[in-house]
Write a protein that binds this ligand. Structure first.
Ligand SMILES: [Zn+2]
Length: 444
């Protein structure tokens, strides 16, 4: 197997996640409690970080749900397992946290605490917080855990690169790069410790500074010396909309169960700002990656790009960096699929998300299921796999195993589902096409 490209990753968070407690394999509340109990015991023996942070719980899929809120264990059981160490367990899609009493106390959450804006504090019948925290309430508590030190994050990056390299990746695109990441990668490169090539995409509001700084940390790959991958600032990153599970992805048609006041989700970057981001990037000679999950956001991105002179944008760039790439593109209207190839816009998608989004898609967008990741249509309209259609995972949101996306792209469902349960079965593609979406563009 020759090397693969992971086109959408978050390197430092991936490395940090490797150090967290993993609940992805739990079959129920009992497993979850057991894993947390053992982790708490280990932590007491050899003290580490002050918080127990767990990720990857897919409570909706547990075969033995617990008696607590939403199928979690009860708060009393969690407290009994974890004691005085603050513990926060995050759901796989990052929208829910189950917290023990020590973590609730650390966040000042008690019976009198109102729900924060954009979030919910779960409560029992008596109004006492039951440990379940949704959306902003989840994040507020999660963020109370201490930020990794410079030494920790260096360790996280090294661990992440090693892990991704061991999974066959030779090129990784980091999709919201911190200003310290480029210099750290350059240092690893110079020490012969960079096992793969990294493309960085910096937040749009930091792009001028990071672009300037990248003059000193860009590195060319050196095929004759192992551990000297390429490091380059490939572009900026913007968010046009929110996410599907939180119903904030920007849709052309209303959700079946919309959030109050947000029938079609949320516009995070309006069209004029998408255009100005494109102009900024063109001026700097770098690309732009736009997060767009809903069909409304995808269309807004394509429209903005079309209003500029796309060919002049593309020719202003160093090859092989794509001038404009749309990240996720989970729902694409029929009128827009052909525009990717027409305009030369890269579709950077993560079919593996289908596997965890099936329930949310059926519930919120039953009328748009036929428009979910129309891979067959994209390819047939000219998005050649590997050239204008790339695959990635968005790790640590889901694990970066490339087989997950390959299987999702060819079967359109999880392994435990029947063919009738597939999402947009007619949009399935062949295995060789899916693999081609992982092949990096030859760089030199
Ligand atoms: Zn991402």
């Amino acid at each position: 197997m020759s090397g693969l490209r992971e086109a959408h990753a978050h390197i430092a968070p991936h490395g940090r996640a490797l150090s967290m407690i993993l609940l992805a394999q739990c079959a129920g509340a009992g497993d979850c409690l057991e894993i947390l109990r053992e982790a708490a015991a280990r932590r007491r023996e050899s003290p580490g970080p002050d918080w127990l942070l767990a990720i990857g719980a897919r409570v909706e899929g547990w075969k033995q749900p617990g008696d607590g809120p939403g199928g979690w264990p009860s708060l009393r059981e969690l407290d009994e397992a974890t004691g005085e160490l603050p513990c926060a367990a995050m759901s796989f899609d990052h929208h829910m946290v189950f917290a023990n009493s020590a973590a609730l106390r650390a966040g000042g959450i008690d019976r009198g605490t109102p729900d924060p804006v954009g979030g919910v504090i779960g409560r029992d019948e008596a109004g006492v917080p039951n440990g379940l925290l949704l959306e902003s309430a989840a994040w507020n508590t999660w963020k109370l855990s201490p930020e990794p030190s410079a030494q920790d994050r260096r360790r996280h990056v090294i661990d992440a690169l090693q892990d991704l390299g061991s999974q066959g990746f030779v090129e990784v695109h980091d999709m919201l790069s911190q200003s310290w990441l480029g210099p750290l990668l350059a240092e690893l490169h110079d020490g012969g410790k960079l096992p793969l090539s990294v493309w960085l995409y910096a937040p749009i509001d930091e792009i001028a500074g990071q672009h300037e700084a990248s003059r000193s940390w860009s590195r060319k790959g050196d095929p004759s010396r192992a551990g000297t991958g390429e490091v380059r600032l490939a572009g900026a990153k913007i968010f046009i909309d929110g996410t599907l599970n939180s119903r904030t992805a920007w849709m052309l048609e209303p959700y079946r169960e919309p959030l109050p006041g947000m029938p079609t989700g949320k516009v995070i970057t309006p069209p004029d700002q998408i255009e100005s981001a494109l102009r900024t990037c063109k001026g700097l000679g770098i690309g732009l990656a736009a997060h767009a999950i809903g069909d409304g956001a995808v269309r807004a991105g394509l429209d903005a790009y079309e209003r500029l002179d796309p060919y002049s944008v593309a020719s202003s760039l160093a090859q092989p960096i794509p001038s404009f790439r749309i990240e996720h593109a989970e729902i694409i209207d029929r009128a827009d699929t052909g525009r990717f190839a027409q305009l030369g816009v890269l579709a950077s998608v993560q079919p593996c998300h289908l596997l965890c989004d099936v329930e949310a898609l059926r519930r919120y967008l039953p009328h748009r299921l036929d428009r979910v990741l129309p891979l067959r249509e994209l390819i047939d309209s000219g998005c050649t796999p590997g050239k204008l259609l790339w695959f990635g995972s968005d790790t640590p949101i889901v694990r970066p195993d490339h087989q997950d996306s390959v299987q999702a792209a060819i079967h359109r469902r999880r392994g435990d589902m029947t063919q009738a349960e597939s999402i947009a079965w007619n949009q399935r593609i062949e295995e060789w096409e899916a693999m081609a979406c992982y092949r990096p563009v030859a760089t030199n």
